[in-house]
Every structure is written in structure tokens, then in C-alpha cells.
Ligand binder design. Structure first.
Ligand code: CP3
Length: 355
């Protein structure tokens, strides 16, 4: 594999020293950028954008042209996998995702199968095209949804305020939920392995909804399938192991167990005290996070102060990747993102220089 000009992200994921803390932001390509909205309008819809590799490449690179971010993330969505399973993904204007078909009854769940990865060729082609366009400037992150978070959308048919159907299934028909997450785990492992084969330098599993489960249900339906994915990941084409990040939003109380999952890094939402998290996991894993995305709705001075506090709390030990505690929100002023990236780079270089 060609060497990267900026490999701070990969070094931090391996807990090797870096001259400063690398930073990237969940949803860094998105509606807060006018150039994203222009490309999306040109594509006609979010799905058309995600399914056209040249346009997905264009929007992946947009935030990197504006800010000195230390990684690119594939522009796609976690719901591509259930879409390829035949559920019929749609995004109505101004609403969240909807599936035409749900996976909520016994017959639909029995019929569920790992999709042919050829149906997801547009994602893998985007990975190849983005890698070429990046020309070794920064690493490219691939990603997928966790088996449980995908199951949430597959069962409810879309977003939900409480995912009550899913939580009922977890206790009343655990066998059915088990089958869905088992199929999803196999599909996600194949999906991530293909992204790795096409050049993803690291991969992240987004477990947005695992945090709403009871502890035993989290272990069984969210953490265990993520562990099986991590165990099934193949090395990069050059034979090197590919670093991994697991992010369970609302999973702070299970930090120890996520740190023992086999992932290189644990993603933290903004409710977690990062200093305490570092003390708890020691040198076992890298930590990613964890600024409240709403801080980016304030002003550059406030953003600087809040980002500085997190860099200092994370400390000078290697293995911190700065990020938000969840995705960037559409109302974010781009100048606040510029202030954030500058503060992280400045402050983290300064604490390393202090003996
Ligand atoms: O981080 C990145 O920049 C990569 C791109 C990315 C998107 N979705 C693009 C997107 C990633 C990593 C995701 C993951 C994703 N998608 C998750 C897990 C992470 C999280 O945010 O919790 C989930 C739950 C989804 C499902 C999904 N996709 C929802 C609920 C929505 C609607 C929410 C919204 O912001 O409107 C989407 C749509 C979506 N995915 C958008 C983007 C940029 C907005 C679509 C648009 O342009 O209208």
C-alpha cells in the first residue's frame, strides 16, 4: 500500500505517538456545507448521490478542501446493507429513512439472507474512486452499521422515538431478533471486508441504538455480533491489520466490555468523561470523541474553549482521535468547524511540547 502523507489517524488508532491529535467528524460531509447541498441537488436525492460513485467521491472530498481534517470517511449510509437485502430504502424529503418492507414477522425474518455483495458494488466503486482521488493525502475510513442498529430500522421500517417493537422482540421473541442480528453480522463482515479489499485504511461500526438496551440485551444483541464482525475482518491487501472503531452511542457504562471487544478504538458520546474513560481502559485501546455536536452551534471562541478542554482531559498519552460525540448537525456554521479543527491541532501539539 502506498504510504500516506498524513497517517496520524492510523498511528493514533494503533496507540503510537503522533505530533498532534488527529481529528475528523462524524457526518463531516453533509447539509451544513453549501457545496454538499449543491451536489445533492444535482444528484436529485440523497440516495442518488450515495449510489453514484463519482458524486459520492465529490462530497467525500468537500470537507477536506475546507478544513485540515486528518481523515476522509466514505460517503454512504448504514442502510445500504438492508436495502441490498431487498427492503426498499427510501428517503422522503424532510423525513428520515423508510423501508417499503419491514423484517418484523416470522416469515420475513426466516426469508432474510446475506445479500449478494454485487448489489453493493456502487459502495465499493466509491471506495476505489475516493482512494484514487485522495492520492495518499489522508487515510480513508470505511464504515457499516452495527447488526443491532440495522435491525432497529429493519424491524420498525424507519426511525422511532422508542423502537418499542424492537425492544418487545428482544424479550418476547429473542430467537427472532437473534436471527436478524446473525444475518446482519455476516452481511456486515462481508461488506466491510470488501471495503478493506478496495482500500479502506480503517473501518468503523456505528451502533447508534445499542445504548437503549438493557445490559444483558446489549451484550447479546449488539456487542456479541459486533465482536463476531471484528473477528471476521481480513487484513488489508498489503497484509497489515486494519484498525477498527466501535461506537455505541449511549454505551458509556459498557466501556470496559467494548474495550475488550477486539476493536482498536472505542467511540465515546459526549456524556462520557474522557479523562475517566482513559483511566478506566489504560493503554488497552484508543479512544475517539467526544465533543457535544451542539457546541458547534455556538461561536468560534466557545468551540475553541470546549475543544481545548477535551484535548486536555484526554491527556498527552497516545491513542486519542478527536471527534464529535455524534454526527454534526445541519445548522452548524462552517466557521465553527474551522475553529474546532484549529483548536484541536494547536492545543494537542502544545500539550505534547510541555514536559
Ligand atoms: O460521517 C460521514 O460523513 C459519512 C456519511 C454517513 C451518512 N450516514 C450520510 C448521511 C454515515 C457514517 C451515516 C451513518 C448513519 N446513517 C447512521 C449511524 C450514525 C448516526 O448518525 O447515528 C444512521 C443511524 C443512519 C441512518 C440515516 N441516514 C438517518 C437516520 C438519516 C436521516 C437523518 C438526517 O440527518 O436527515 C440518514 C440520511 C443521511 N445519511 C444524510 C447523510 C449526509 C442526510 C441526507 C440528506 O442529505 O438529506
Amino acid at each position: 500500500m502506498a504510504t500516506l502523507k498524513n497517517d496520524t489517524l492510523l498511528k493514533a488508532l494503533r496507540r503510537e505517538p503522533t505530533p498532534y491529535t488527529p481529528v475528523w467528524l462524524m457526518r463531516q460531509a453533509g447539509r451544513y456545507l453549501p457545496e454538499y447541498n449543491a451536489t445533492r441537488a444535482r444528484a436529485g436525492s440523497f440516495l442518488a448521490l450515495a449510489k453514484t460513485p463519482s458524486l459520492a467521491t465529490e462530497v467525500t472530498l468537500q470537507p477536506l478542501a475546507r478544513f485540515p481534517l486528518d481523515a476522509a470517511i466514505l460517503f454512504s449510509d448504514i442502510l445500504t446493507v438492508p436495502d441490498a437485502m431487498g427492503l426498499g430504502l427510501q428517503f422522503a424529503a424532510g423525513e428520515g429513512p423508510r423501508f417499503l418492507r419491514t423484517t418484523a414477522d416470522e416469515a420475513a425474518i426466516a426469508a432474510l439472507a446475506v445479500p449478494d455483495m454485487a448489489k453493493l458494488a456502487y459502495v465499493f466503486d466509491a471506495v476505489s474512486e475516493i482512494k484514487t482521488a485522495l492520492a495518499g493525502s489522508v487515510p480513508l475510513l470505511g464504515f457499516a452499521g452495527s447488526p443491532f442498529t440495522l435491525a432497529c430500522y429493519m424491524i420498525e421500517g424507519g426511525g422511532s422515538s422508542d423502537f418499542a417493537t424492537v425492544r418487545k422482540m428482544a424479550c418476547a421473541r429473542p430467537d427472532l431478533l437473534q436471527r436478524i442480528v446473525d444475518v446482519n453480522a455476516e452481511a456486515v463482515a462481508a461488506y466491510l471486508n470488501e471495503q478493506i479489499a478496495r482500500g479502506a485504511d480503517a473501518v468503523m461500526i456505528f451502533d447508534t441504538w445499542g445504548g437503549m438496551l438493557s445490559t444483558p440485551a446489549y451484550r447479546r444483541f449488539s456487542l456479541a455480533p459486533m465482536r463476531s464482525i471484528l473477528a471476521a475482518l481480513k487484513p488489508a491487501p498489503d497484509g497489515a491489520p486494519v484498525p477498527t472503531i466501535v461506537f455505541t452511542k449511549g454505551g458509556g457504562q459498557w466501556l470496559d466490555e467494548v474495550a475488550a471487544s477486539g476493536a482498536s478504538a472505542v467511540g465515546l458520546d459526549w456524556t462520557v468523561d474522557i479523562a475517566r474513560a482513559r483511566a478506566a481502559v489504560g493503554a488497552r485501546v484508543a479512544l475517539q470523541g467526544n465533543l457535544d455536536p451542539i457546541v458547534l452551534l455556538t461561536d468560534p471562541d466557545t468551540v475553541d474553549r470546549e475543544a481545548t478542554a477535551i484535548v486536555r482531559a484526554a491527556g498527552p498519552a497516545p491513542g486519542h482521535i478527536f471527534n464529535l460525540g455524534h454526527g454534526i448537525v445541519p445548522a452548524t456554521p462552517p466557521e465553527n468547524v474551522a475553529a474546532l479543527v484549529a483548536a484541536v491541532h494547536r492545543e494537542s501539539a502544545a500539550i505534547r511540547a510541555t514536559p
